[in-house]
Design a protein around this ligand. Structure first.
Ligand code: ADP
Ligand code: MG
Length: 698
């Protein structure tokens, strides 16, 4: 056994403790295996040589063959730079180094033939190549061979001489140490079924591509590998849970459910709501633990479905809780639940971070002795101090802000795990759902309550404000309320976006006859609450806010959503924001205001918003436009998933195939105990028992 995952990168020839530390911190490479799976993010064709005379202003990377005439240094101290005058007979160009000058003059000798590779920079029609790769002609052949890989590196890595090139050298060292044979990760039956290249072949070609064709095969195999083990892991866990985890059985549809349904429910459920309630009831009666994801566009009536499920729990002498990601939302859910249940004999409590101590001291014992039947709250619900007497159902609203780890902490509060219903208004594209929530059963509410008029969305440039203000005035005079959302709280010199504080001042001047209120994430909870309440009660006409109002806030009388600097927001976020209106019977509007200067991608994004009201369509488009790997975006929306090579937007088919193969294997051998599958079992252990790499869903 080579145990590549247990061999510290420190011991690889050419690394050592200092570089090892940098590799670990900057690139999360701590073992031989991490290095091997550190893949290039692009390749550049180095089969062609350019002539210096051909160089012009818009070349990305070029390769030259020639010699250095002489070296010169300029400047002093930190601004010192080394210039090598380089010629290939058709002209000369300066090769420039700002760092590692001694290293270069030691290694590179004037008069010998070299191959130079880099990105030309232009200064007043004079070209130079800063920090080029430079190799003696004979050595260069061995390293490049056509397609040159590029590895992600950071400033800190480069400072320690860990540039893309040296990463490739380390790959060379490692593969040589392995005699260019990499231990296979897949079992023979899987390999035979998928008909892809071996891991050895894939690793050779991903780091040292012999041809474009072979590179493609290598990428295919490695993408499959990545997605296959994710699916195998999810499906196996789900299977084991299904087999082993008993769920509390809720056999009765009792007094509470029936009374509410027949006497207090103010409207007919939509067909989709009825279907989902049936699915939930059948889960809860099955004897297995329910793990269900309920997806439904904003305003589709998920909360009500959640409430019905909670009543089922109460009917069966269990408690239920509903957890929301923000204080505002939890408070609103509490108000909704109280509103629906006010005439029924059920004890409901609200528990959040800002519940006063006195109150808390009353609530906690009542939760522990079962007196309180339904608890609505925030993260505060999963604190150690909260002990339920018999938690039968946990509902998690807007799940993607809760990590898997938090979900599982809820489970440990009971001897028998409670049923879990996860509700999200962010429609998750199929591929992403399979990867992130592949262990959950999925229900979809694909129908809005009747009588809703589709929201009209328009895009306006911010030099046409007068018309916008007239329009807002007209709507407010009709008795409606308006949201105005900003990307920033205060001005920022670096970002040319509108900000809430300036906007608030401006609106107060523009609309002296109306009441304007404001909420943002940096306000104290109590202030936020007070301002929010002004809007909910109808006292304030205009609510100005940051994205804190993004999820769940429900004010049916608000019919206009203005989003300032709309170019700043992602599609899913825009859709979420838009979902704050269109909740009543009035025609609603969403006005996306942007500057005139927009990139093509942004223009497309806004166009999609104008043309579609369908959350799933928008989510798919979003995934296509920005890819799941956009860290900024994923961090914002919280659906972080870290893949090394596969791309959920582009590799849906590979994912589907990987899932099928994984499912087939598990059908044959549910716990992967056969000799053939031991290798898969081992691999799962390596991949998923490790620190960050799979805690990544958060
Ligand atoms: P979601 O949580 O999916 O965004 P909500 O549960 O907040 O949606 O419902 C949005 C609004 O629609 C609420 O005011 C709710 O009372 C109302 N509603 C829910 N279901 C129905 C229905 N079947 N018919 C009419 N109105 C409904
Ligand atoms: Mg909701």
């Amino acid at each position: 056994m080579l145990d590549l995952d247990k061999r510290s990168i420190t011991y690889l020839q050419g690394v050592g403790p200092k570089k090892a530390e940098i590799l670990q911190k900057e690139a999360d490479i701590s073992s031989y295996e991490d290095l091997l799976f550190y893949f290039p993010y692009k390749y550049i064709d180095r089969s062609r040589f350019y002539k210096i005379a051909e160089i012009n202003g818009n070349m990305p990377y070029i390769q030259l063959k020639g010699r250095i005439l002489y070296f010169d240094t300029f400047g002093e101290g930190r601004s010192k730079r080394l210039v090598g005058k380089f010629t290939d007979g058709t002209g000369t160009i300066d090769l420039v180094w700002f760092k590692g000058l001694n290293y270069v003059t030691d290694k590179i000798k004037p008069g010998l033939d070299y191959i130079v590779f880099g990105r030309p920079a232009e200064f007043g029609h004079i070209y130079s190549i800063p920090h080029p790769d430079i190799d003696p002609v004979d050595q260069a052949d061995q390293v490049s061979g056509g397609l040159t890989p590029f590895y992600n590196t950071t400033e800190k890595m480069k400072k320690s001489f860990l540039n893309s090139r040296s990463i490739q050298n380390l790959q060379y060292t490692l593969l040589s140490w392995l005699n260019w044979e990499v231990p296979e990760t897949l079992s023979p039956d899987v390999l035979q079924r998928i008909r892809m290249v071996s891991l050895t072949e894939a690793m050779r070609n991903i780091h040292f591509p012999e041809s474009a064709e072979k590179l493609k095969n290598a990428q295919l195999r490695l993408k499959f590998d990545e997605l296959f083990f994710i699916q195998l892991n999810i499906l196996r866990t789900a299977n084991v849970r299904k087999l082993k985890l008993k769920g509390i059985i809720f056999p009765t549809v009792g007094h509470f459910f029936n009374t509410f349904y027949k006497e207090y429910l103010p409207f007919e459920l939509t067909g989709a709501q009825k279907r989902v309630v049936r699915e939930i009831r059948s889960d809860m009666g099955s004897g297995r633990q329910m793990n269900r994801l309920l997806q439904g566009d904003v305003g589709s009536g998920k909360t009500l479905v959640g409430l019905l499920a909670m009543l089922l729990a109460v009917d069966n002498h269990c408690q239920a809780c509903m957890m929301a990601p923000t204080e505002i939302l939890a408070t609103q859910h509490y108000a909704t639940v109280m509103g629906f249940l006010k005439d029924m004999d059920i004890k409901v409590a609200l528990l959040t971070g800002s519940t006063p101590k006195r109150e808390r001291n009353k609530i906690l014992p009542a939760i522990a002795n079962g007196e309180i039947q339904i608890v609505v709250g925030t993260h505060a619900l999963i604190e150690e101090t909260v002990v339920f007497s018999s938690l039968g159902l946990a509902i998690i609203d807007e799940q993607h802000r809760f990590g898997v780890e938090q979900r599982s902490r809820l489970w440990t509060k009971n001897a028998i795990v409670p049923h879990v219903l996860v509700m999200t208004a962010t429609p998750i594209p199929r591929t992403l759902a399979m990867t992130l929530y592949g262990d959950l059963d999925v229900s979809v509410i694909d129908e809005l309550p009747p009588g809703r008029k589709p929201i009209q969305t328009v895009h306006r440039y911010d030099n046409k404000k007068a018309q916008l203000y007239d329009f807002l005035r007209k709507e407010i005079n009709l008795g409606r309320q308006v949201y105005v959302v900003y990307p920033l709280i205060e001005g920022n010199e670096k970002l040319d976006y509108k900000n809430l504080e300036d906007g608030f001042k401006l609106f107060k001047e523009m609309f002296p006859e109306y009441k304007v209120c404001m909420v943002h994430g940096r306000m104290k909870a109590a202030d936020k609450e007070r301002e929010m309440q002004k809007f909910i009660s109808g006292e304030a006409h205009i609510l100005m806010a940051t994205t804190v109002i993004e999820v769940g806030v429900n004010v049916p009388n608000a019919s206009v959503m203005v989003i300032e600097s709309a170019e700043r927001f992602g599609l899913s976020q825009l859709h979420q924001l838009r979902g704050r209106v269109g909740r009543g019977a009035d025609q609603s509007y969403c006005i996306l205001v942007s500057s005139y200067k927009l990139s093509n991608e942004t223009r497309k994004r806004l166009e999609i918003m104008v043309n579609s009201n369908n959350g799933f369509e928008i989510a798919e488009a979003d995934l296509r436009l920005r890819g799941h790997g956009d860290l900024e975006g994923t961090r914002q929306s919280g659906e972080g998933i870290y893949l090394k090579i596969a791309d959920l937007a582009a590799d849906g088919q590979i994912l589907q195939f990987a899932r099928e193969v994984a499912q087939d294997i598990l059908n044959e051998d549910p716990e992967l105990l056969s000799d053939t599958h031991r290798i898969l079992n081992e691999r799962l252990k390596t991949l998923f028992s490790r620190k960050v790499n799979w805690g990544m869903i958060s």
